[in-house]
Design a protein around this ligand. Structure first.
Ligand code: P6P
Length: 341
């Protein structure tokens, strides 16, 4: 009987095409000194919740779970039913997973203390960002940050455990529920993207080692607020138009960020009359995307300082956000530096 010895694919494609998220997480566990697998398990718990939310999102139109929930969240924003479902699903997955001691969620006024004093990690999460797009079938997303707790294991959690600057994140990522569902995350060793194959119930590595283009010609900003911008923002956006850049603004941060990350571009949410400190939240939106951006060779600032260096003062505090390709953010900062953003 002739036996052909297996010749692994030398192109490397075999590694990138058939690698499940589980296998990838396991293969990367050795990146962490003294890794005992808790962070790996936590990432799996997030992926599980993402699969469940993905299923709910895909059938929202048919299962009468689209539309408003009839309540408003701590932000004063009308909660969409899927917001509430996503919040419940992620909290339940993180609680059952056993690795988390506290959760900060956009949908919850206060810190969720899981009373799991052996849990080493804190998660800050926007369970479903851009949910006002649900009813019109536009991409929406989940954004998450992961921190190690600061106070000693075995003791009750403290506010200092959840009020950490973005520079202390041990992992961060997003799930994009779009034409395909993707999970993109970093643990500080680069950014990798996984695409969900629902027939197999698996995320497969589809975008290994994402590196953002250093420059771009796409700008994302709500032009409807133009007359509320300060001069620095107006001057920069005028420059984008003079250069013939493309305006792309979906109204869903994760979708705009993901496109700009892959193609090159800049997303700006500046102070406006309605949101004088910007609209996006530091703890569970800006910090996670800023960590990913920097890991992919891009930049994220509030117009004055690096997002990751901001010391949080409140759970749901907002921040201006300028995030995207390195050269575009650097140019924008020159315009903003001429005055207080
Ligand atoms: P505006 C969605 O509510 C969100 O938080 C981001 O996903 C999005 O980029 C932004 O707000 C849209 O806000 O004020 O332009 O409608």
């Amino acid at each position: 009987m002739k036996i052909n010895p297996y010749q692994p694919d030398q192109s490397g494609m075999a590694y990138s095409v058939g690698t499940t998220l589980d296998r990838f997480i396991k293969s990367k566990q050795s990146d962490f000194p003294f890794a005992s697998g808790e962070l790996s398990q936590l990432l799996r718990d997030i992926a599980l919740a993402a699969k469940i939310v993905n299923r709910e999102t895909n059938r929202a139109g048919l299962a009468n779970i689209g539309g408003a929930f009839g309540q408003t969240n701590v932000q004063g924003e009308e909660q969409q039913k899927l917001d509430v479902i996503a919040n419940i699903r992620f909290i339940r997955a993180l609680s059952k997973g056993g690795e988390v001691c506290a959760i900060v969620s956009e949908e919850e006024d206060a810190v969720i203390d899981l009373h799991n004093t052996s849990g080493k990690y804190v998660v800050a999460i926007d369970p479903l960002d851009g949910s006002s797009n649900i009813d019109v079938n536009i991409s929406i997303g989940t954004i998450f940050s992961i921190y190690r707790r600061i106070t000693p294991a075995g003791s009750p959690i403290q506010m200092e455990d959840v009020m950490q600057p973005g520079s202390k994140q041990v992992a961060a990522g997003y799930v994009l529920y779009g034409s395909s569902t993707m999970l993109v995350y970093t643990t500080g060793f680069g950014v990798n993207g996984f695409t969900y194959e629902s027939s197999l119930g698996e995320f497969f590595l589809s975008h290994p080692n994402i590196q953002a283009p250093k420059d771009g010609d796409i700008y994302s900003i709500n032009e409807g607020s133009e007359f509320e911008w300060n001069k620095g923002v107006q001057d920069y956006i005028r420059l984008c138009k003079e250069k013939g850049y493309s305006a792309r603004y979906i109204g869903s941060l994760v979708a705009d960020f993901h496109r700009n990350l892959l193609k090159g571009g800049i997303y700006i949410y500046p102070p406006t009359q309605k949101n004088p400190n910007g609209k996006l939240r530091l703890l569970y939106e800006a910090n996670a995307l800023a960590f990913l951006a920097e890991q992919a060779g891009a930049l994220a600032t509030d117009g004055k300082q690096n997002i990751l260096s901001i010391l949080p003062e409140s759970l749901h505090q907002r921040t201006p956000l300028i995030i995207g390709s390195e050269k575009m953010v650097q140019t924008a900062m020159k315009y903003f530096a001429e005055e207080k953003l």
